[in-house]
Design a protein around this ligand. Structure first.
Ligand code: UD1
Length: 356
């Protein structure tokens, strides 16, 4: 029996793990889940396991927060022990977090095969810790499971084509399934006539990237722009945003801004479906908005999910002064294309692992 150890640690990875864990069970794979403990708050961790019916982690390393070097180093040491004991056929790592890089390194150093899910994404922005994590993980891994054609092209350009497989995006699997559960009939509502087009609908926002939160002037300008939007803005507050806003003396409750705690996954999907639009710097939320047919404004100079920009459903607003015009733009007239697969990526992930 093929044995796979999935290593996860941060909120978006639990979302991706949900359909993969289910597909592993369906295929009779001996699947173990190792949680690094990078995210540990109930709202950022356990709630995802409960809401998405993910089996409880077999191991939780409880590494917690720290500087990049300390956090990644602590995970590397702890994961080496776990992987040496488990000796899986595949160590499966997800996305671009410090947990991903630590697990990939721990496995290859003891000659265990590594598969990278969500391989080939590139922002080409080397200020982002995620960019180092994903590039280094791609080049360490033995099997690269790419979500899109664009990701496949990046991998081919870096000489990694022979070990790359296009499987689609597992977030599509889970976003569509949860949307079906929380808002049946949602597929008919994308477009200005849908729920989100109601004059009363507000925006959903998240801001958590260090580049946006860690400089007082920039964070102040972003909050000012959100507070000035013409409809209510539900701002789901990541712990870093709460800490920096308090440190810089920037109130989160003002103007249109309505700060709320981080949302559980089904609540976030429902909030997106009920919204006039999304304003975010999160990769996952940009893509969820696209998959669910709501316009997104991305508060970053670039995105690794370039497909979302193609038909106007996502728009970059690197300058906070550009947020208002972008967020209130008319909804794109055309339908969205389907660059992220058909919602059956997790089964293809498992098939690729069993093949490999
Ligand atoms: C991590 C990922 C990022 C992803 C995000 C999803 C890296 C480099 N970044 O960023 O790609 O978009 O997860 O949310 O891996 N904290 C808590 N409770 C927790 C966890 C963290 O309060 O459960 C606080 C701590 O003060 C911590 C800070 O949040 O220092 C940041 O957490 P960290 O794990 O460093 O990364 P994220 O910013 O969440």
């Amino acid at each position: 029996m093929t044995k796979v150890v999935s290593v996860v640690g941060a909120r978006p990875q639990f979302v991706k793990l949900a359909p993969v864990a289910e597909a592993m069970t369906a295929a009779g794979v001996d699947h173990r889940i190792v949680h690094s403990g990078q995210h540990y708050d109930q709202a950022l961790s356990q709630s995802f396991f409960a809401d998405l019916a993910i089996p409880a982690p077999d191991v939780n390393l409880g590494v917690g927060s720290g500087s990049h070097g300390r956090q990644t180093g602590a995970m590397l040491a702890a994961l080496e022990d776990v992987l040496a004991a488990e000796r899986p056929d595949w160590t499966l790592v997800y996305g671009d977090t410090n947990t991903t890089l630590a697990a990939a390194l721990a496995a290859v150093k003891i000659h265990l095969p590594v598969a990278h899910l969500e391989a080939g994404l590139r922002s080409f922005n080397r200020r982002m810790p995620e960019e180092h994590n994903r590039v280094l993980t791609d080049h360490a891994a033995d099997l690269l499971l790419a979500p899109t054609e664009v990701a496949m092209a990046h991998l081919a350009r870096e000489g990694l084509g022979p070990v790359s497989r296009l499987v689609g995006d597992v977030m599509t699997d889970v976003a569509h399934r949860v949307a079906d559960a929380v808002r049946p009939g949602w597929r008919e509502t994308a477009g200005p006539g849908g729920r989100g087009g109601r004059a009363s609908a507000g925006f959903v926002a998240t801001i958590h990237r260090p580049d946006n939160t860690d400089r007082p002037e920039r964070l102040a300008a972003i909050l000012e722009a959100l507070a000035g939007l013409p409809r209510p803005v539900s701002l789901a507050v990541h712990p870093r945003l709460a800490a920096r806003a308090a440190e810089f003396g920037l109130p989160l409750e003002r103007g249109s801004l309505r700060p709320i705690p981080p949302l559980a996954y089904p609540e976030m999907v429902a909030a997106i479906l009920d919204a006039a639009g999304v304003v975010t710097d999160s990769g996952g939320l940009q893509k969820e908005a696209y998959l669910l047919g709501r316009p997104c404004t991305t508060v970053r100079p670039e995105t690794e999910w370039v497909e979302t920009l193609a038909d106007g459903w996502n728009q970059l607003a690197a300058d906070p002064a550009a947020i208002a015009a972008a967020a209130t733009r008319p909804w794109p007239p055309g339908p969205r294309s389907q660059p992220y697969g058909d919602g059956h990526a997790a089964a293809k992930v498992v098939a690729a692992l069993l093949d490999g």
